[in-house]
Design a protein around this ligand. Structure first.
Ligand SMILES: Nc1ncnc2c1ncn2[C@@H]1O[C@H](COP(=O)(O)OP(=O)(O)OP(=O)(O)O)[C@@H](O)[C@H]1O
Length: 339
């Protein structure tokens, strides 16, 4: 099991990661997300032993690293996958995967599992981005690492490729049975492929939890906004229910037990009806998403909420509509911000 406790990392006098605690189960995938510059890559580099740590410890059972006890990268049994693939251009796919490998039988296993059989004699320059990343992953896994770190492995690929490759990477990591930390900018990727998600802000973890909990019951408003479209409406929270201007719903207090709250609304929690006679809001903008439309509605109480409707529903800015709460799961509520 990989465990990290009270980890701090400095660049000179600048502390960029502080008080980081996390632990990973045997084949668990933790997605690490956060705004640019929050310290995601720095954490991966410290776990790999590429930069020193200033406080705390990293423990993998077979080794333990502290600020005074540096364990060099080659002793950590770590596999790294980078966004730029880091393949040797002069070697073939087979040679890249088998580079410094004692037992090449494992290479065959990953070549087959990652669908690379037809490319073994090709050089990286002749492969697509997705194929290159499969080679990089096969090379990493063929070396039987004890844990794997992935630094935005899909960020150089186009959207259609990302979707299939993210599942192939997840399946390969699960087949290898190794814990992995996967850094991404993409909240959809984090929520869909991770067993757990860790949200970072300015070098400190805001929440580590299942994707469902991080999305539905964020530990604070930053996490709520970072993981998806979020709006907040004033409400009164009593006995597990929140009453708002657009209806009553089950609720769960995040930082409060009862009283005046702001209720977190995801677009799917809000039902929009095109009902001019009984309207309680006006559409201010509409974003076409393909299979759906995301609509922002300004309520009579001056609050802006968003609702997702089918692409078949033709809604336009300026339309008078009726919005209401439509959820059976508890909505997260936070102590009211006085403005
Ligand atoms: N070698 C370095 N020397 C000094 N400061 C650095 C160095 N590398 C990174 N930093 C700073 O440390 C902070 C964290 O950087 P890091 O690259 O870990 O962020 P990140 O979350 O991975 O960002 P991004 O999502 O943009 O890749 C930033 O403020 C960055 O400017």
């Amino acid at each position: 099991m990989l465990s990290v406790s009270k980890l701090a990392i400095d660049y000179g006098s600048n502390r960029v990661v502080s008080d980081l605690d996390l632990s990973l189960g045997e084949s668990e995938i933790l997605m690490l997300v956060g705004p640019t510059g929050c310290g995601k890559s720095t954490i991966l580099q410290a776990l790999a032993g590429l930069i020193p740590i200033s406080a705390g410890e990293i423990n993998l059972g077979t080794w333990r690293a502290t600020p005074k006890l540096h364990v060099p990268p080659e002793k950590r049994r770590v596999g790294m996958v980078f966004q730029d693939f880091a393949l040797f251009p002069h070697l073939t796919v087979q040679q890249n995967i088998c580079f410094r490998l004692k037992d090449t039988s494992l290479a065959e296993h990953w070549i087959e599992l990652l669908g690379l059989g037809a490319f073994v004699d090709k050089k990286p320059a002749t492969l697509s981005g997705g194929q290159k990343q499969r080679v990089a992953l096969a090379r990493t896994l063929a070396h039987q690492p004890d844990f794997v770190l992935l630094d935005e492995p899909l960020s150089n690929l186009d959207a259609a490729l990302k979707d299939t490759l993210r599942w192939d990477i997840r399946n390969a990591l699960k087949a290898a049975g190794v814990p992995a930390i996967w850094v991404t900018h993409d909240q959809e990727e984090a929520l869909s492929v991770g067993d757990r998600v860790g949200v970072l802000k300015e070098g400190s973890i805001q929440q580590i939890d299942t994707p469902e909990h991080c999305f539905s019951l964020p530990s604070n408003r930053f996490v709520a906004r970072f993981l998806g479209e979020a709006s907040f409406i004033a409400g009164d929270y009593q006995h597990g229910q929140a009453s708002t201007a657009i209806g009553i719903a089950p609720a769960q207090g995040i930082d409060c037990d009862s009283g005046a709250v702001d209720v977190l609304l995801r677009p799917d929690d809000v039902l929009l009806a095109q009902n001019g006679d009984n309207s309680n809001g006006t559409v201010t903008w509409v974003r076409f998403e393909g299979g759906s439309r995301l609509c922002a509605v300004e309520l009579q109480c001056n609050t802006l909420v968003t609702s997702r409707v089918s692409h078949e529903v033709m809604v336009r800015p300026g339309d008078k509509v009726h919005v209401s709460l439509s959820t059976s799961h508890p909505l997260a509520v936070y102590q009211r911000h006085q403005s």
